[in-house]
Design a protein around this ligand. Structure first.
Ligand SMILES: C[S@@+](CC[C@H](N)C(=O)[O-])C[C@H]1O[C@@H](n2cnc3c(N)ncnc32)[C@H](O)[C@@H]1O
Length: 390
């Protein structure tokens, strides 16, 4: 680094001197303040606009020494946005700038309000500037259809050190990535199969309940995940030594099952087919493949075998629950873990419906009631429940 002007300021005076230099725009940008050799002073880098020091700073000595580049990036993305958008506009849409986002591997998924959609590129650039390890920014258009696939539009990409915001080449928009969760690697591709890193806490809770169930049963448990997607819930359960015995993991989306097979090959350390096929016993303890959950629940070879049933299709849980019950092994206590999207005013009513649909609860278990996890929309709430069955 080149030699440049610094103001040598005793440690006790740094704050005051720094403020004065900043007010006058005399600080060199992207350069670090650092300690002098004896540690008693700080060297504050000056820019070319800084004149000879005025009276109030005259008492400090100017020295010429090698500057140190500040490689730290300001993590507040709004500060980066303010570099490209006028303050007036920032203030006008104050509440709308997307504060929350979802990281999936080296991608960020961000939901941009209609009203500020014209600033998408600038938002992408600011997010990429604030997070130097990010590769791709995707605008979230919502989850659609039976397969719950998220529509994602690339709005910015980092290729080597260049940021591209328009006409982004398709080959730079790869959405198949590896996510690390609880020490495991999960392959996912949110543009072809549902995946959300926001469900990690939910999965940890499921793991906690699964361990509890194992304790009650005094043996490894049989797990049924008939809406498994790429298998993130199975991943955390498989990660726990001696927790699981048989596993049913299936999904209606063949693309999700393709990735599930890739994931299982790694987690199980044994081969699964290169591409998805209909549900079948791949190994004596692995029943996996493409399937409609309601059809699985009618197959006499698959029913009555499972201790833990996971239902993660929240907008249809109530409708599907009665059809899925035959999967449960009712010879011993079991657990259903589900998620439901419901209006807040209907929670009490839905609790009653759940009690009516489900068989007897395990005596002494916590009563069955929906817990609000987050807002799904202005009216709707995403809730989860655990039902411990006798
Ligand atoms: C909300 S996603 C949950 C995926 C996964 N459990 C997770 O946590 O990432 C719901 C999944 O159910 C699948 N699905 C929808 N209808 C289905 C059905 N009738 N039978 C089986 N799977 C279905 C979708 O393809 C999707 O992968």
């Amino acid at each position: 680094m080149n030699m440049m002007r610094h103001l040598k300021v005793p440690n006790s005076d740094v704050e005051g001197a720094f403020t004065k230099l900043k007010e006058n725009n005399w600080l060199a940008s992207n350069m670090l303040i650092f300690a002098s050799e004896n540690g008693k002073n700080r060297l504050i880098p000056l820019n070319n606009d800084a004149p000879e020091m005025p009276n109030n700073l005259l008492k400090y000595r100017e020295v010429n020494c090698k500057g140190k580049i500040d490689n730290r990036v300001n993590p507040n993305w709004l500060n980066h946005l303010k570099k490209t958008i006028d303050n007036e506009i920032i203030e006008k849409y104050d509440e709308l700038w997307p504060a929350s986002h979802e990281f999936i591997g080296d991608m960020m998924i961000v939901r941009i309000d209609e009203e500020i959609i014209q600033f998408s590129s600038k938002i992408a650039k600011a997010k990429l500037d604030a997070h130097p390890k990010l590769r791709l920014i995707l605008s979230d258009q919502g989850v659609f259809g039976e397969l719950r696939i998220r529509e994602l539009i690339p709005i910015g990409v980092r290729n080597n050190n260049q940021i591209i915001l328009e006409n982004i080449p398709l080959e730079l928009c790869k959405t198949k990535v590896i996510v690390k969760e609880s020490g495991r690697e999960i392959i996912c591709d949110p543009s072809i199969a549902y995946f959300s890193s926001k469900l990690q806490t939910e999965r940890q809770e499921t793991l906690y309940f699964a361990k509890k169930l194992k304790k009650i049963l005094g043996r490894p448990i049989n797990i049924c995940d008939p809406f498994c997607g790429v298998g993130p819930a199975v991943s955390s359960l498989l990660n726990e030594p001696n927790l699981t015995h048989n596993i049913l993991a299936s999904d209606l989306n063949p693309e999700a099952v393709n990735i599930l097979f890739e994931n299982l090959s790694k987690w199980d350390k044994r081969k699964y087919p290169e591409s998805s096929g209909n549900i079948d016993w791949m190994y004596p303890n692995r029943l996996v493949g493409v399937a409609d959950a309601t059809v699985v629940a009618k197959n006499k070879n698959y029913i009555g075998k499972w201790d833990l049933l996971m239902i993660n299709l929240p907008h249809k849980t109530l409708e599907l629950l009665p059809y899925l019950l035959p999967l449960i092994d009712n010879n011993s206590p079991s657990l259903i873990r589900g998620r439901i999207i419901i209006e807040e005013s209907k929670i009490e009513y839905t609790n009653k419906i759940l009690h009516e649909i489900l068989p007897d609860l395990l005596p002494g278990s916590k009563s069955l009631s929906l817990k609000i996890k987050r807002d799904y929309s202005a009216k709707l709430r995403l809730c989860s429940f655990e039902a411990w069955l006798a």
